[in-house]
Design a binder for this molecule. Sequence first.
Ligand code: SAM
Length: 287
Amino acid sequence: MNDLIRPSRVVEVLKKFGLAPHKGLGQNFLVDAQALEKILAAADIQGNELIVEIGPGLGTLTRELAKRGRFVVAVEKDKKLTPVLTETLADYTNVQVIVQDALEVDWEDCLKGQPPPYKVVANLPYYVTTPLLMGLLESRVVFSRLVFLVQQEVALRMQAKADTPEYGALSLAVQYYAEVKVKAVISPRAFFPPPRVSSAVVELKVRECPSFFFGLKDERLLFRLIRAAFGQRRKTLANSLTAGGFLRSQVLEALNICHVPPATRGEKLDLAVFIALAQTITRLREE
Ligand code: SAM
């Protein structure tokens, strides 16, 4: 039994090191064995895998990752937690703790010399979920799976389908890179201190080469299109794409070829249509 999952033990450890949870760093420590089990079930770690953990905190999840995987690289921003992690992870020789802001990590550089397969498993600090997630998806390292505990509302946005209130640029970006599934909803009571909102375990099965998978020629153009379409949500697509720097004549022609009425709004279109539009604009530019 991992004693760090007990709320009384978390309080004891914090007291011993003279620490208090740092709100600004999103320190809500996991204190629920069932929630921990749900993360591990979604992660489905194999003995040959290298696991990246962001924000090990007191080392509760880290220990479980180390028991299951080949090696764990844990990136923690709060250097005050170093003596805690040195003690709680003393028996785990396959863990490397890196004290750094995970937003500043070059993942390719960080994992140099470590053979794949790689996965990421983390109870994320909520204030940086989106940039951390996009940094991982856009890096050239292929993580086969990302399993995160995030705010439930963010998990629903990641998984959302077109024409629903949660749908937006984040849904499209994440669904381009990965197959997304919300695996479990976790109550605030599973954390110390409890956050104000519910959380969810979300699993992202990452596509090895999304541009090849979708037969897409110009990935950057797709993301420019998505940003433009959602940058000005209330505008029609014809107007928002033109305002986003696309040539109006090419926008109108591409919308026509893809059977999208120019007065449609971005939130009505699914990823397949955005990809078709990107491909068409690329072709029109080449003509
Ligand atoms: N993994 C632990 C657990 O499950 O109990 C702690 C999770 S807590 C929600 C988030 C952790 O991320 C904290 O330890 C916090 O210090 C760390 N953190 C916050 N911002 C970070 C950043 N930018 N880079 C790396 N770690 C960060």
